[in-house]
Design a protein around this ligand. Structure first.
Ligand SMILES: Cc1cc2nc3c(=O)[nH]c(=O)nc-3n(C[C@H](O)[C@H](O)[C@H](O)COP(=O)(O)OP(=O)(O)OC[C@H]3O[C@@H](n4cnc5c(N)ncnc54)[C@H](O)[C@@H]3O)c2cc1C
Length: 472
């Protein structure tokens, strides 16, 4: 290791790994320090239940990763990453046994909303699809880390997306499309009536049509392992089992990049109240299952989808989000996001068996047990589900926060995705990756473009770092 490194990165989640790779690619000397025994943060894979069952404790479905401008520019396939696509990216079953779907095909998706809304859906997504790659790059680089390449399309996207999702879904006459969109917004734990939540739903839909919602062969760990292997090839050093508590724990460097929560960074770097106004959102209660067969969904579409949303209608989903984020109680009928990687990837479990996960929203720091409410919801749409369970591993907010310090109070978005904090995080600033110390930067999902495995916060932060390093 040189006596003075160019950059030290703290935290080996997708954003920390991407920041380290981007800096090493540009010839900077880089070392990365991770508290956990293995790299990955929210993109990892572990045998949580029974031998041979490979679970993704956090991310499993990857619309944002496969569409990420940062990841698409890296040779991750050469380092073992392979995307596997389920027949359907996502399905949203209803109590009557039918389902709306998010398909690669706009036509199939529109048809699943029913004849009264098919045209409205086409008119919503079709103008953006031919320009998707440029649009994705432009809005994932906000605020202003790069000049927009297509400002006109970005502005049109802003007009549709900046109002609340409840405005966007007024263009639909029936509940099917409204419900599916409400579920999409809930993926980032945002309130349905919140600022810019229309954009959240629209991004997930466009991502499905552009490149799908794949899983990684062998598990999400493959994404992190590919980033780590590439980093090592570029000469970067990775130190695991190394929790950073103070800046003095780190070797001398020209820049320090933190893939941590703003609160942790303030503690480590002595920034006092600098991030005191940063708000954390609701937590989640998650169950990883080992099953002795596929989930017995009533709706056939749900059986072939990688991701399945579970919530009867938009009112039930809104009530579940409200209970967890505003009313300080666990919802009676939790809205569930579930992923069944085995429909695309047979390597996750012994032959004929499956891994499956489901989570529902709960208040930040909640210490109860949501298992029964989650399984009652699943039984509504997949009768006989409980009989398939071989083993389950449950994790509420305290366990999630213990697994990963970034999930403060079980908030897997590392900060409320509501109000202006959806776009302007961790502070109201046009340089969100810089901090009060000129050599210290932040790159976690507490910075734009926010939660999800896409590495774009790391990519954008790396730009801020190398611009700074070039000047010194
Ligand atoms: C249950 C669950 C389901 C999810 N599902 C999906 C999904 O399907 N698709 C999707 O795209 N996203 C999903 N996500 C979100 C996604 O995992 C995160 O948004 C993403 O991992 C954030 O990346 P990051 O690099 O900012 O932080 P993280 O991935 O959280 O990584 C931060 C890393 O920093 C380390 N660290 C923190 N503090 C220190 C310290 N002081 N010293 C050293 N190391 C430290 C942590 O150990 C961790 O490894 C899910 C998350 C959870 C928890």
């Amino acid at each position: 290791m040189p006596s003075m490194l160019d950059a030290v990165v703290v935290g080996a989640g997708p954003n920390g790994l991407t920041a380290a790779v981007e800096l090493a690619r540009r010839g900077f000397s880089v070392a990365l320090f991770e508290a956990h025994a293995t790299v990955g943060g929210g993109a990892r894979t572990e045998e949580l239940t029974l031998p041979g069952f490979r679970h993704d404790p956090c991310s499993a479905a990857h619309p944002l990763a496969i569409n990420s401008p940062a990841f698409r520019a890296l040779p991750l396939e050469r380092y073992g990453l392979e995307w596997l696509h389920p027949d359907l990216p996502m399905a949203h079953p209803f109590p009557d046994g039918t389902a709306a779907v998010l398909s690669r095909s706009v036509g199939e998706t529109a048809a699943s909303f029913g004849p009264r809304d098919a045209g409205a859906y086409r008119r919503l997504v079709e103008p953006f699809l031919p320009k998707w790659d440029t649009l994705a790059r432009d809005f994932m680089s906000l605020p202003l880390t790069a000049l927009p390449r297509d400002p006109v399309t970005l502005a049109r996207f802003g007009l549709v997306g900046l109002p609340p999702s409840t405005w966007l879904t007024r263009r639909f006459r029936d509940e099917r499309a409204r419900t599916l969109f409400a579920g999409l917004v809930a993926h980032v734990m945002a309130p349905l009536g919140g600022f810019a939540t229309g954009a959240v739903g629209l991004v997930f839909a466009l991502a499905a049509h552009a490149r799908g919602w794949p899983v990684a062969r062998g598990g999400s760990q493959a994404i992190s392992d590919a980033l780590a292997a590439y980093l090592r090839d570029l000469g970067g050093a990775i130190h695991t089992d190394y929790e950073v508590k103070r800046l003095d724990d780190l070797p001398p460097a020209r820049a320090y990049v933190f893939d941590t929560s703003p609160t942790a960074l303030a503690r480590i770097a002595g920034f006092g109240n600098h991030y005191a106004n940063y708000r954390y959102g609701p937590g989640v209660f998650k169950i990883d299952y080992a099953l002795d067969g596929p989930v017995p969904w009533t709706a056939p579409q749900a059986r072939s989808a990688g991701t399945v949303q579970v919530g009867a209608d938009s009112a039930e989903i809104a009530a579940a989000l409200r209970a967890a984020s505003k009313e300080g109680r666990a919802p009676d009928a939790p809205f569930l996001i579930t992923v069944q990687p085995g429909v695309a990837d047979p390597t996750r479990a012994p032959a004929g068996r499956h891994v499956f996960w489901a989570y529902g929203h709960v208040p930040n720091g909640w210490t109860g047990d949501l298992t029964d409410a989650i399984e009652r919801q699943l039984e509504r749409y997949a009768p006989g589900f409980r009989d398939r369970v071989l083993a389950r591993a449950t994790a509420g907010p305290p366990e999630l926060a213990a697994r990963n310090a970034n999930y403060v109070g079980g908030d897997i978005a590392t900060g409320a995705v509501s109000g202006l904090q959806l776009l302007l995080r961790p502070k109201l600033s046009l340089s969100p990756y810089t901090t009060p110390h000129p050599a210290v930067f932040i790159c976690s999902s507490a910075t734009p473009p926010g939660p999800g495995v896409h590495g774009m916060s790391g990519h954008n932060a790396a730009k801020a770092v190398w611009r700074g390093l070039r000047r010194t």
